[in-house]
Design a protein around this ligand. Structure first.
Ligand code: PHE
Length: 453
């Protein structure tokens, strides 16, 4: 049994280090910005239900698949598909993964930039500098959007330059638990405010008539986005994973951490939306749809902190946005690591050159988006809602029918000694060959059909 890892590539320092890094990739704006927004737009509780089902039925099996392909090949997505089969087609899927990483990161850094802006908004508001607070909170200001995105991108490139384990592991170890504590305390506060209980109801009592094919696609896209799946982030992270680790187990922890934090974020934001409405803020339009769009949480949450008032509001608000920007940073790192490791592995470019080159390309795209943030919704639909499940679909076909399940079993068996007797493999194998590709195929197929016909 091979227990060594190629020494030319980075490696995670420990099992906990890997779980933290993968959880750091998963937990980010997807949980606290994208999930509440998409959930509130798609009927609350009904969405939560479908989302949770898709996370376990599709997301978790695909995560195990990505990690095993990554660990076996020790490559980026393009190189992984090349190394494990002689198919000419699958490396193209790898390129699609790299492209999704580039585009997603280019709007991700803008929203991440807003978290920095709102950190300062909390401070300015507390200090009574109302004009400054309003200026820094304006998500329609193209120059400001571009500026904060560039700052955020610079941090991301900086960490990637340092290699895979330093920085990421350290940041997640201390800051993620703190994020959970803040979420829980905020939830406790919100639940006692007038109007909040309607939000809890809308979040937890599903209206089954609200389930339609739009919800299905939105929930599937969200599952892939939030778990960092479908674009090879976890193939790449898996490529640095030690052969001693039990992949199904670590994937389980990451999935639970991710869905747990998303659930909490929803429990904070749904009541907050209804509270805001109770106070006369127009949150829903005449047709019942949410009006805030991409900037939703950035309108609802700062208000909440202001309402707490005084130094307590400041401490909670500033800490919350600080932690959110760190959570976004540990995710952005994984998005950037995919194209970077592709250039390093396949074109033999040094890490430094690769990271700066890709970082510069992404920054240019971000600056364009900064001046027209409505592009975020369109790009997010193409590259996240459709693009990521498409990548996951291809990965299932690759594992099930090209690389073959027996090879996947050999890889998974490393770190999972009892795989032959365990129920996990037969069940997972059915999911990867049939359940996941059929479900993804049906949902994607329906959407594309509705779009074009
Ligand atoms: N999962 C990250 C988040 O929730 C975003 C991400 C998507 C990261 C795809 C990597 C790959 O914020």
């Amino acid at each position: 049994m091979a227990t060594t890892q190629s020494t030319s590539r980075g490696n995670w320092n420990s099992k906990l280090g890997f779980i933290l890094a993968a959880a750091g990739s998963a937990v980010g704006l997807g949980n606290i910005w994208r999930y509440p927004t998409v959930m509130a737009e798609n009927g609350g509780a009904a969405f939560l239900l479908i989302y949770a089902l898709l996370v376990f039925i599709v997301g978790y099996p695909v995560m195990v698949a990505e990690l095993s392909v990554g660990r076996k090949s020790e490559r980026n997505p393009v190189g992984a598909f090349r190394a494990l089969s002689n198919s000419k087609f699958f490396p193209i899927v790898g390129f699609w993964c790299v492209l999704c990483g580039i585009v997603i990161l280019s709007y991700y850094v803008i929203v991440a930039g807003w978290t920095i802006g709102y950190f300062f908004e909390q401070i300015f508001h507390y200090s009574g500098w109302t004009e400054m607070a309003a200026w820094v909170a304006n998500t329609d200001n193209g120059w400001l959007n571009a500026g904060v995105a560039i700052v955020f991108m610079a941090f991301t490139v900086g960490i990637i330059l340092g290699g895979v384990s330093e920085g990421i592991e350290r940041a997640v170890k201390y800051l993620m638990p703190l994020l959970i504590v803040i979420l829980v305390v905020m939830i406790a506060y919100v639940l006692f405010q007038p109007g909040a209980i309607d939000g809890v109801r809308a979040y937890l009592l599903p209206d089954f008539s609200a389930i339609n094919s739009d919800i299905l696609l939105a929930a599937m896209g969200q599952a892939f986005f939030s778990l960092s799946l479908g674009m090879g982030a976890l193939i790449t992270y898996g490529s640095y994973l030690s052969k001693k680790e039990n992949i199904p187990e670590v994937a389980g922890y990451v999935t639970l951490a991710d869905i747990g934090i998303a659930f909490l974020a929803g429990l904070l934001i749904m009541p907050a939306i209804f509270m805001a409405q109770n106070q006369g803020v127009q949150v829903f339009g005449d047709d019942g749809s949410l009006i805030a769009g991409a900037a939703l949480i950035f309108q609802v949450l700062p208000e909440l902190f202001h309402n707490m008032g005084g130094v307590i509001g400041l401490v909670f608000g500033a800490t919350f946005f600080f932690l959110l920007s760190i959570a976004a940073l540990t995710s952005a790192i994984s998005l950037l690591e995919v194209p970077t490791s592709y250039i390093i592995d396949e074109h033999k470019v040094r890490r430094k050159t690769a990271a700066i080159l890709i970082g510069a390309i992404i920054t240019v795209i971000s600056v364009v988006i900064a001046f027209d943030t409505s592009l975020i919704g369109t790009l997010d639909f193409i590259f996240s809602d459709v693009g990521l499940p498409l990548g996951g679909f291809m990965l299932c076909l690759f594992l099930g029918y090209f690389w073959k399940m027996e090879n996947a079993k050999l890889e998974l068996g490393q770190g999972f000694a009892s795989i032959d007797e365990h129920w996990f493999f037969p069940v997972w194998s059915v999911f990867i060959r049939f359940v996941c590709p059929i479900l993804i195929g049906l949902i994607l197929g329906r959407t594309l059909w509705a779009l074009f016909f």
